[in-house]
Design a protein around this ligand. Structure first.
Ligand SMILES: Cc1cc2nc3c(=O)[nH]c(=O)nc-3n(C[C@H](O)[C@H](O)[C@H](O)COP(=O)(O)O)c2cc1C
Length: 181
């Protein structure tokens, strides 16, 4: 059966550099792997423990299923106000009780102006939901706007190599052998 890689962008911005990185990754991943970029983050309601029961809002059920059915997850996000973007943290909060991330191979790319705070916080958060995050599938890209052109292509060689390294390691850990194209 072909592998599924599910990518979650932390930015809702049209033309987001984090979306562009996830598109670049889609071009690197062999066609034999199903690769889906999540576009439902804005439809996730604010986390309410009172609604976190057997019948949560439909977007929550959908996201839980997408994560559960994935062989690997890629989160690619900016930092806002020295932290994790609220909409991304909110979505992960809904995943705590379902255990959707538990044991799930998860890559983390933080592409931001600085990004260290969100990156560090997300590593902790992913630990809290029991995701598996090997160091080789993590990447902090600071000054992202200066490393990408207007067409959303990465122009910085080291950054391009870092993204390729993450994709190759993710495929290695998920048991899909072919290196990134
Ligand atoms: C409201 C706001 C707050 C921000 N705060 C930070 C910050 O604390 N640290 C940082 O590294 N970048 C910060 N940034 C810059 C973003 O990380 C940067 O614009 C990034 O490119 C956004 O990602 P995107 O291109 O995927 O939308 C902030 C941007 C906005 C709009």
């Amino acid at each position: 059966m072909s592998k599924n890689i599910f990518a979650i962008p932390g930015s809702l911005r049209a033309g987001s550099s984090n979306h562009s990185i996830l598109k670049i990754i889609g071009d690197m991943i062999p066609g034999s792997i199903n690769y889906q970029i999540y576009d439902g983050l804005s439809s996730i309601p604010p986390f309410d423990p009172g609604l976190d029961n057997d019948t949560p809002p439909q977007p929550i059920t959908d996201l839980r299923n997408l994560i559960t059915n994935a062989d690997a997850i890629i989160i690619c996000t900016p930092e806002y106000a020295y932290g994790v973007p609220g909409q991304l943290k909110n979505a992960i909060d809904w995943m705590v009780s379902s255990g959707s991330f538990s044991g799930k191979l998860t890559a983390l790319i933080t592409a931001s102006t600085g990004g260290e705070n969100a990156h560090t916080a997300l590593l902790k958060i992913l630990g809290a939901v029991d995701a598996v995050v090997p160091a080789e599938v993590t990447l902090l890209i600071s000054y992202i706007r200066s490393k990408m052109n207007a067409e959303g292509m990465v122009t910085d060689k080291e950054t391009a190599e870092g993204i390729r390294r993450v994709v190759n390691a993710l495929q290695h850990y998920s048991g899909s052998s072919a290196p990134a194209e």
